[in-house]
Ligand binder design. Sequence first.
Ligand SMILES: Cc1ncc(COP(=O)(O)O)c(C=O)c1O
Length: 441
Amino acid sequence: MPEDSSYSNRPRDRLARIQPFLEPTIAQARGAWYTDGMGRRHLDMLSGCWCSVLGHNHPRFIRSLKGQVEHLIHLGTGYISDEVIRGADALLSTLDDAQGATPTAGAGPGDYKVAFVNTGSEAVDLAVKFAKAATGRQGVVTSDRGYYGASSSVYHYMGLPKKDFMGQATGCHQVLAPDCPACPVGETYPSCAFACVDASERRLREAGAPDAGVAALLFEPILSAGGMVFPPPGYLERLQTTARRLGALFISNEVTTGAGRTGRWFAYQHSSVTPDAIAFGKGFGNGLPVAGVLVRADVEEAAYSAGLVHIQSHQSDPLSGFVVAEVIGLIRELGLVKRAEVMGDELKAKLERVSRETGGIGSVRGLGLMTGFTVRDDGPGLHADLSARGIVTCYRPAYDTIQLMPPYTISRAELDHFIAGLVASLRTRQEGSRVPREVSD
Ligand SMILES: Cc1ncc(COP(=O)(O)O)c(C=O)c1O
């Protein structure tokens, strides 16, 4: 067996333990595959951290990136480049290019402006900052089981377990998660008539949120870290009514769901809502740290008049603008929004067949290439088995759910490779035998 010769396989005790350090060390990434330091290949069913939507190191992306890096990377605060304007135009163009969806009134390209930052956490933070400046209010309503990023500011919005040492922020409230199979108010869709939202509104009133003033209702159109919760039709429209009743801005957190992941450029485009701001990130950078906010022009105007200033070293870098325009251009040229829809449907159908034939998985759900399924028995074990077979997935223990977010360029053969590994893993576990450590492609 070859030795792992990578430098980083030496003891990792120089790195602060703020994250898990997975084995093995990855030496290279191409398409939907990682190659580790021992030369072993791993099928990446997650596009890195849901980011490399074109596939790792897409040759055309890399070629044009090299050209831009030689040309212009960074400028001082306040300087604007053609690249940034092109990036903004490309982003705005996605608002009326929703794979056949008709943009709702007031939600077209001319209705928004663009602000660039670097990470999804910063994008969400900036979207809320716009809302606070524009409304003059402080409260923020998010969702139970929602995730909005890691920085101290957005951490408090999270609807997942939090660390006591982070303390409590005031003015943060949450609506109930729209998890129909485990309805938080014990009702059934559609006869429930969104009783979960009614209950959430009561909860907000009891907490005094409307009196204290709510700046933003910040929602994930699909709860991702919260266990892959896909709200039923009409839910976002009902939630928008809540935002309007509160006088709050309605902000779609599309950091994970954007860039075509669900078969539309943004997941809210599967509904008829009109967000006041849209936070984006991840896929639009295709592996580079590019993120930002699409904000309605009237909100931008109000925030500007209220004196909003937001300056960071790398916002509006020419490289970021270039990357966004290039990624959007390639996604369009290669038809990848449609492909995400088609391949996502195929993946879901294959998983449903696995569920029927093995009984090992249940509740398959997905929209485009944003897919999840519940594990019937020993989720951690199945996740570890898959990983031992060279298949990279994400396991959400609190919800017994495996999450799949592959690149849009993933091939049918690669999906079949994943399914074969999953079936073998389930069968091996059902037979109670040991998982072989080495499986060839
Ligand atoms: C829904 C959602 N919002 C925000 C973020 C934060 O983005 P970033 O990790 O780029 O700061 C993430 C990251 O996973 C996310 O999934």
